[in-house]
Design a protein around this ligand. Structure first.
Ligand SMILES: [Zn+2]
Length: 347
């Protein structure tokens, strides 16, 4: 019977490494858990830090969208049409001899003085020489240009203006009407054709007039409108060079978009490549018409793109924001809300 305890002792000896191994494993597991807990505890212990780090970069559109007045600097378009700002903007008067500004609540009737002068000239000359009743002018730029809270990738440097295809009525519109009046689409039931009841030769003449100015580099219109312009009697008279400036693009059937070149003195203004001298009524237009008939299917939504930050705009845009009494304060928390609230509704 003595054998049994001996065997038991032997057995326990043999088992010892197993027990030790098991204990090791448990210790290891405990250590790992503790390490994990310690890791998890770290952020908790330093919680205020990440909160500080997450200082949100205020999007440039909030800063520029909250500026109510232009910067009192020499007029200068800074940067690119879709990434820049505007110093020394002037306002297109809301009423003129041949125009009325629309959607006044948006406060986007500001532009580089050259562009504002051009819109006024177009309005007057189209009225006196082409019999166009007057322009309804949509968005130009914000008082200090820059990205906007709603709509438009471009219109940032005060060199772009949207002009309605709807002729100006023969009376002064009320402020309410300027907010609520709908523009007229030029499109017919077919996506690649204009409505023959609405589109007229007078529209083509207005576009020709706009394209006739040397400063005007591009006029964006819906492809169906480009097609109508190419086929118009207006296009058949004389030189067709102006047609090259009339560019087909998505949208742009309620209004056309006039873009002028970088003005003299705007040394940091980034020009666009020239459109060339081709009238654009051939292969390019055919391609666009096919595109609007069968628009490409949208792909899966990509990652959300971060809005443009002030640091991504030309450095001079900081001064544009900071100069003058109405300069948006750098402390952003107070800025963001009112600007968001007052954000004008996109078209
Ligand atoms: Zn536009």
């Amino acid at each position: 019977m003595r054998i049994l305890p001996a065997l038991a002792a032997l057995a326990s000896l043999l088992a010892l490494p197993v027990v030790l191994a098991a204990q090791d494993a448990e210790l290891n597991a405990t250590a790992a858990r503790e390490l994990a807990e310690a890791d998890a505890a770290k952020p908790a212990a330093t919680k205020p830090k990440p909160a500080k780090k997450v200082t949100k970069v205020i999007p440039a559109r909030v800063l520029f969208g909250s500026a109510k007045t232009p910067s009192p600097l020499a007029a200068r378009s800074i940067g690119f049409y879709a990434k820049g700002c505007l110093a020394g903007a002037v306002a297109l008067p809301i009423d003129g001899p041949a125009w009325q500004a629309m959607r006044l609540s948006r406060n986007r009737n500001w532009g580089h003085p050259d562009l504002v002068a051009l819109v006024e000239k177009l309005a007057v000359e189209a009225k006196t020489s082409d019999g166009w009743p007057g322009l309804l002018v949509g968005d130009i730029s914000q008082p200090r240009g820059g990205p906007m809270l709603t709509g438009h990738a471009s219109h940032q440097v005060g060199l772009d203006a949207d002009i309605w295809f709807t002729p100006m009525p023969n009376r002064r519109l009320t402020e309410k009407e300027r907010e609520e009046l709908s523009a007229t689409s030029m499109l017919g039931t077919e996506p690649a054709s204009v409505n023959a009841e609405i589109w007229t030769e007078a529209h083509a003449r207005l576009l020709k007039r706009a394209a006739s100015y040397k400063q005007v580099e591009r006029i964006l219109v819906h492809p169906a409108i480009k097609k109508a312009v190419c086929a118009s009697a207006t296009a058949k008279e004389g030189d067709r060079g102006w047609l090259s400036k009339v560019r087909p693009y998505w949208g742009h059937h309620y209004h056309f978009h006039v873009r002028i070149a970088c003005p003299k003195g705007s040394s940091n203004c980034e020009a666009q490549p020239s459109v060339g001298s081709e009238d654009g009524c051939g292969a390019e237009l055919t391609r666009w018409l096919a595109l609007v008939k069968t628009p490409p299917k949208p792909g899966p939504p990509g990652p959300e793109r971060a809005p443009i930050a002030l640091s991504q705009l030309p450095a001079d845009c900081r001064a544009v924001l900071a100069t003058g009494s109405d300069a948006p304060a750098p402390a952003p928390a107070k800025q963001a809300k009112p600007a968001d609230k007052k954000a004008p509704v996109a078209k």
